[in-house]
Design a binder for this molecule. Structure first.
Ligand code: DX5
Ligand code: ZN
Length: 226
């Protein structure tokens, strides 16, 4: 069964070789990535620190693709302006980190960026339902956030399916994105069949086994056959 919707692939630079970050971003862009996924971790919302604003700005200078900025940070409101410098970017906050999610989503939209909300594997879908009409994107975590290279949680698929059903039924525009453990195998195929149209892939794209272009082409082909 060929899937009707165009599937966007968002390589996550968390798995890139940080000593060659610019080149890795250029490689992913040249290989046909649709978005560049950028994980911001603060060591509080998740038990890991990744990188901040300066690195995001540097990445933006290496690609013309929109950035898919995934903020895994506590109290994101104060930090948001640092990550909303380009209106072509998508800015994603975690529902679990926002006390006033509706207001936070509104402030992303006011800046002209696309607004996304992420939910952890144990967070009920109801946490996003009331803001769903506003959103461009819902990011369903398919691992617990904080690290690359984890194993895809299969139970997340029914969450993608149920969320997609609500979006279809209500005629909302939000795309469903999956993040964590997605590879050129059943994880990508099942995600697409469940209704995801944006796939984040870190270690599946940036690894020492194959060039970025080959890895991306393999994932693209797997998805095409889904
Ligand atoms: C995990 C991050 C992911 C991570 C995915 O907390 O949000 O974006 O980079 O990495 P892989 O694809 O290797 O699981
Ligand atoms: Zn992410």
């Amino acid at each position: 069964m060929a899937s009707e919707a165009r599937i966007l692939i968002a390589p996550s630079v968390l798995a890139a070789d940080f000593a060659n970050l610019g080149q890795q971003v250029r490689d992913a862009t040249a290989a046909g990535a649709d978005l560049i996924h950028v994980d911001i971790m603060d060591g509080r919302f998740v038990p890991n620190i990744s990188f901040g604003e300066a690195v995001v700005d540097a990445i933006r200078g290496c690609t013309s693709l929109p950035l898919n900025v995934h903020l895994m940070i506590e109290e994101p409101d104060a930090m948001l302006p640092r990550f909303m410098k380009s209106v072509s970017d998508q800015v994603i906050v975690h529902a679990e980190a926002c006390r006033h999610l509706h207001r936070t989503v509104g402030s992303i939209m006011e800046k002209g960026c696309q607004a996304g909300v992420a939910i952890n594997p144990a967070t009920p879908l109801a946490a996003v339902e009331e803001v769903l009409p506003l959103l461009d994107l819902v990011l369903v975590m398919t691992v617990n956030p904080g690290f690359g290279g984890q194993v895809f949680i299969p139970q997340a698929l029914s969450r993608v399916r149920r969320l997609k059903e609500i979006i279809r039924r209500e005629g909302y525009k939000a795309q469903v994105e999956v993040d964590g453990g997605v590879k050129a195998d059943h994880t990508a195929v099942d995600s697409v069949r469940a209704g995801a149209t944006v796939l984040v892939a870190g270690t599946a794209i940036f690894n020492k086994q194959e060039p970025v272009a080959d890895a991306l082409a393999r994932l693209r082909e797997t998805v095409r056959q889904a």
